[in-house]
Ligand binder design. Structure first.
Ligand code: NAI
Length: 252
């Protein structure tokens, strides 16, 4: 029980990586607020955690909207008594080049992937600082470090996540708050199937291509979750500002 007495927020908690991480944090003793745009699916994940004997609530929210984020933080504090851990993980992808991307799509991707993290930190850092510290983990992407094809807004947004993580670590380290990013390669979630659809490709062929890396398979959500648990826990007490790559050995 590496997270006993800890209180955690997981955004995108109804999706592949978020659900696995919410369950993993809870299994280590954390009380978890499962936050998602899909309120019913978030409630299902929270119920699953409670049925396993752990503590969770669900909060429906659009993480790109400031009043929603304020409500997420206030609800978590009211229900659990504080916030020690935040996993800023909600994200969307648009598989388009700059020429194909509309301004509205660009703004939506940045709203969900980037502004959300700024807003969460704006409202949760004072809570953490008053309690003596905390751990924030942001979901970047291998493509936030290396770039990738036909995903201009996504690559730009994830690059922003990686560098925003470093800037947050610099600003809030003196308050005892550690901030790190996890940067997955292809992980077996609904997002990959959605990408295949956006590109007009067969999902099975798309997933097979995702396995073309040294470990010869794509990642599973629990393999990201275990890294987030470590970054959330005191086992990583001297780690901040880092960009942890979890990609089975490199993606082009
Ligand atoms: P997913 O699609 O299974 O989960 C994303 C979740 O975010 C969904 O439950 C969705 O409802 C929620 N969400 C979307 N917009 C939201 C909003 N405005 N407010 C609140 N919730 C919202 O996808 P997955 O793979 O679990 O993605 C999680 C994170 O991992 C994302 O940030 C994604 O960019 C990142 N990632 C995923 C990779 C993959 O191969 N699956 C690779 C690299 C990064």
């Amino acid at each position: 029980m590496r997270l006993e007495q800890k209180k955690a927020i997981v955004t995108g908690g109804a999706g592949g990586i978020g659900r696995a991480t919410a369950k993993a944090l809870a299994a280590e003793g954390a009380a978890v607020a499962v936050v998602d745009l899909d309120g019913e699916a978030a409630e299902a994940v929270a119920a699953e955690i409670r049925d396993a004997g752990f503590t969770a609530i669900a909060v429906r929210a659009d993480v790109s909207i400031e009043p929603d984020i304020e409500r997420v933080v206030a609800t978590t504090v009211a229900e659990f008594g504080g916030v020690d851990v935040v996993f800023n993980n909600a994200g969307i992808i648009r598989r388009t080049t700059a020429v194909e991307t509309t301004v509205e799509e660009w703004d939506r991707v940045f709203g969900v992937n980037v502004r959300s993290i700024f807003l969460m930190c704006k409202h949760v850092v004072p809570v953490m600082a008053a309690a003596g510290g905390g751990s924030i983990v942001n979901t970047g992407s291998g493509w936030g470090l290396k770039g990738g094809g036909q995903a201009i807004s996504y690559c730009a947004s994830k690059g922003a996540v990686v560098n925003m993580t470093r800037a947050l670590a610099i600003d809030h380290g003196p308050q005892g708050i550690r901030v790190n990013s996890v940067n997955p390669g292809d992980v077996n979630t609904g997002m990959l199937r959605d990408e295949a659809g956006q590109l007009g490709q067969d999902a099975d062929a798309f997933l097979a291509e995702a396995a073309d890396r040294p470990l010869r398979r794509m990642g599973e959500p629990h393999e990201i979750a275990s890294a987030v648990v470590w970054l959330a826990s005191d086992e990583s007490s001297y780690v901040t500002g880092s960009a942890l790559v979890i990609d089975g050995g490199g993606i082009a």
